[in-house]
Design a protein around this ligand. Sequence first.
Ligand code: C5P
Length: 333
Amino acid sequence: MIEFEKGLEGIVLRPTLSLQGIRMMATLRTRAHSLWAPAKINLFLEVTGRRADGYHDLVTVMAAVSLFDTLHFVPLSQSQNTTQLTVTDVRTRDCSGMRTPLPANVRDNLVMRTIELVRKHSGVTAGIAVHLTKRIPLEAGLGGGSSDAATTLMGLNRIWDLGFSSARMMEIAAEIGSDVPFFIHGGWGICEGRGDRVQRIPRSPPLALVLAVPPQGLSTREIFSEDCVAPAWNSDMVLPWLRTRTPMEIGRALHNRLTNVAIRRSPWIRTLFAFLKREHVLGYSMTGSGSACFAICRHWRQAWGLAGRLRCQNIHAYCIHSLPPPPSLTSAA
Ligand code: C5P
């Protein structure tokens, strides 16, 4: 039996076991995995139409960035066919625990939904304990929940030895949320449809970025509920993203159709833009449906200075970089 114990640093796994149980725990522990779940930014986002299913058609260029949640997976014995999720929020130091059957307020948690969906598609009933360490800010347009879901899917595929191909994982990911398929590969990608049809961008320059997260978050659903469709859309606009561009070219091409709607709901974004304009960065934009904004800097010295000045204004600021494509894509390119 494994008991979860709440401590200052989160949840401590405390086995209370017989000798045989300890041997079994050792086996289970060797099958434990810790995985990183990166955030993303949208370098380009155009809303091209409203769909019959209530979603919007998008064309967006996304890049995974070096701000991570972490997920630690511990398989439980066959007899413990429960799902346990514990969460530590690094920013607030909050700890909470969840287990099935879930209380109503956490049924929407994407990690829990992913585990249930994987069980449905694979027939696996074995128990699993997941500890999620949250660092990616919420309601910021950084895709933290979607990335946690994609990482859970990939983690379970490995731990439960499911043999799902990438294509199969992309299909399951699309059932969970529009941004989830992008995180199956990470790196850079052009996403179309709801955002779930992903075309990889094999080569991409490393970008020195500052991410600014205002105190007021924004709900994706609410931003999309307003009129945000582009009056005219020329698909040639996205083609240059497929060739390698310099950070300067990328800075000039940043675009996000949802910015005006987001500014109406959060004046922080206008304030941040005014601040970033004075900094002579290569470019700045809002990510996703907001409220976080990012700047592409000329060099790290500029990024560190800018992040410091933002923090003096009580804005959460992170110096981060874009992540390269996964090795399998680089070698294929
Ligand atoms: O897919 P996901 O659950 O992340 O989307 C959250 C909400 O954002 C949807 O319920 C929908 O209202 C809106 N949305 C949209 N078009 C998209 C993606 C999201 O209208 N392409």
